[in-house]
Every structure is written in structure tokens, then in C-alpha cells.
Design a protein around this ligand. Structure first.
Ligand SMILES: Nc1ncnc2c1ncn2[C@@H]1O[C@H](COP(=O)(O)OP(=O)(O)OP(=O)(O)O)[C@@H](O)[C@H]1O
Ligand SMILES: [Mg+2]
Length: 257
């Protein structure tokens, strides 16, 4: 039996300002499948539609046309409340600006999605949050307010928070965009480790070619279309190490337009 894909997009289109004179289509028919455990980079010029696509995949917005199936569920068939529940149980988000609540501790921030889903706190939640805080190496900081943490530490908290509901897919929009090389490295390594340990799929938007070259697959978006989608066999180990350029001869474009 073929294992169900984590995500399947068919002919996805997105226009902004529908019905107004400013109506503009920014995604022009995206077909994309992401399988369980894939660790994928999404690259492309500014304005090419990367964040728009991530917002659709993350069920934060609806496409103008096309089918979006996530964890086997057709999103178009759901009303807003059901979509919110599906999002909470299926997708974890890590943004460039981590959107942590600064008045809460690291541990509380990690617990928040559980609290929102269940409506009340329980001991199991504390335990789960503590485990994740430990997994991202922040046990000593768990009771600190997040504004007392460095940018890299805050991004680790955001990753722990993204994982707390055990999502099938983590969407990261420039997760290391604000970080120095060392912190970016450690945040990236952490995502990679989570991916390997739990077979969570990742889709990571990045402008950093070094980071993209450390992913298994690189999808390039240009002007709202998938320009290339290729496996990346030759991976670099570290962003601050020697750059082991992937060999273009080994990269097999699976889709070029
Ligand atoms: N809410 C919106 N309303 C109208 N137009 C929008 C909206 N969001 C994005 N756009 C437009 O859609 C296009 C794609 O934007 P998007 O933010 O998806 O690009 P991006 O690839 O993420 O760029 P960047 O690398 O700069 O983050 C751009 O032309 C942008 O101006
Ligand atoms: Mg963007």
C-alpha cells in the first residue's frame, strides 16, 4: 500500500483583492506532494509567493482555486471551525519573528497550543512541554520570560511550541533569518534532528542557499509557479563548515516549467 502523502496540492491558485480593481493572481497553479518525513526547502525571489503558499498550506488562508489535501483531509470541505481544528492538530509553524508571547515563560509558550486545544491545563501538558523544552536544550531557561532569551533560544522555544501537538508537517518561514550563523546552525540542526527522530515533514522557506543545500529536496518558486523541484543528494553538514557544493550533474529536476 502506498503511504498517504502528508500534503497534496493540485492546481492551487491564489488571488488577492478578488473582485476589486487591484485583483492580482500571485500563485498560478501549484501542484505539489510532500511525503511523510520529507525535509524540503522552498526558495525563490522576494515576491515569488513563498509566504502566500505557506499560508495556504498552513490553512491560514484559502486558495482561490485548486485542491489542498493535508493528512488525508480535503481542506475545501471544511468550515472555518473545522479548518482551525485541522490546523491545530496537523501543522506546526515557525516564523522569522517567532511570535512568542513575551509576558509568558518559555514553558508556558510551549504549552499554549495544548491549552488552546483542550481548554484547561493538566499535569500531562506540563510534562509534555518540559520534555520538549529539554529536547531543544532549554531546561535551564524554561521558567524565564521569553524576552530574557536570545534570538536563537527564542527560536528554539518556537520550534518546541510548533512540535507540541505532534504535527505531521512543520512550516517554517525564514526560521533562521534573524539569527547569527552559529544560532542559525544550531536551530537548523535541531529541526533536522526532529525530522529524523519523529519523521515529521518540514517545509522551510529560506533565502539562504547554504541552508537550502542542507535539505533533502529543494523547490524553487518563481513568479507564482514551481520553477524547479529537485532532490538534493549532496548535502552540506554545516553552514559554517567547508561548503560542499552539491553536484549539479546529480541533481535531477523532476519538474521544470
Ligand atoms: N495580503 C496581501 N494582499 C495583497 N497582496 C499580497 C498580500 N500578501 C502578499 N501579496 C503579494 O503577493 C505576492 C507574493 O508575496 P509573498 O509574500 O507570498 O512573497 P514571498 O515569496 O514570501 O516574498 P519574500 O521573500 O519577500 O518574503 C507579492 O506580489 C505580494 O505583494
Ligand atoms: Mg515571505
Amino acid at each position: 500500500m502506498v503511504e498517504q502523502a502528508t500534503l497534496c496540492l493540485q492546481g492551487i491558485r491564489k488571488s488577492y483583492g478578488v473582485g476589486s480593481i487591484a485583483e492580482a493572481e500571485v500563485l498560478h497553479g501549484i501542484d505539489l506532494t510532500i511525503n511523510k518525513g520529507e525535509f524540503t526547502a522552498l526558495i525563490g525571489p522576494s515576491g515569488s509567493g513563498k509566504s502566500t503558499l505557506l499560508n495556504l498550506i498552513g490553512l491560514l488562508d484559502r486558495p482561490t482555486a485548486g485542491r489542498l489535501i493535508i493528512a488525508g483531509v480535503e481542506a475545501a470541505s471544511l468550515d472555518d471551525a473545522a479548518l482551525t481544528r485541522l490546523r491545530a492538530s496537523t501543522v506546526g509553524f515557525v516564523f522569522q519573528h517567532h511570535n512568542l508571547l513575551q509576558a509568558f515563560t518559555a514553558q508556558e509558550n510551549v504549552m499554549l497550543p495544548l491549552l488552546a486545544a483542550r481548554g484547561h491545563a493538566d499535569a500531562g501538558m506540563q510534562k509534555r512541554a518540559s520534555e520538549l523544552i529539554a529536547a531543544v536544550g532549554l531546561t535551564a531557561w524554561s521558567d524565564h520570560l521569553t524576552n530574557e532569551l536570545s534570538g536563537g533560544q527564542q527560536q528554539r522555544v518556537a520550534i518546541a511550541r510548533a512540535l507540541v501537538m505532534q504535527p505531521a508537517l512543520v512550516l517554517a518561514d525564514e526560521p533562521t533569518g534573524n539569527l547569527d550563523t552559529e544560532s542559525a546552525n544550531s536551530v537548523f540542526r535541531l529541526m533536522r534532528q526532529v525530522n529524523r527522530d519523529s519523521a515529521t515533514s518540514f517545509l522551510i522557506v529560506t533565502h539562504d542557499p547554504r541552508l537550502a543545500r542542507r535539505c533533502d529536496r529543494i523547490i524553487e518558486l518563481v513568479d507564482g509557479r514551481i520553477f524547479s523541484d529537485r532532490a538534493n543528494q549532496a548535502q552540506e553538514e554545516d553552514m559554517d563548515g567547508q561548503i560542499a557544493m552539491s553536484d549539479p550533474a546529480r541533481e535531477k529536476p523532476t519538474r521544470e516549467q
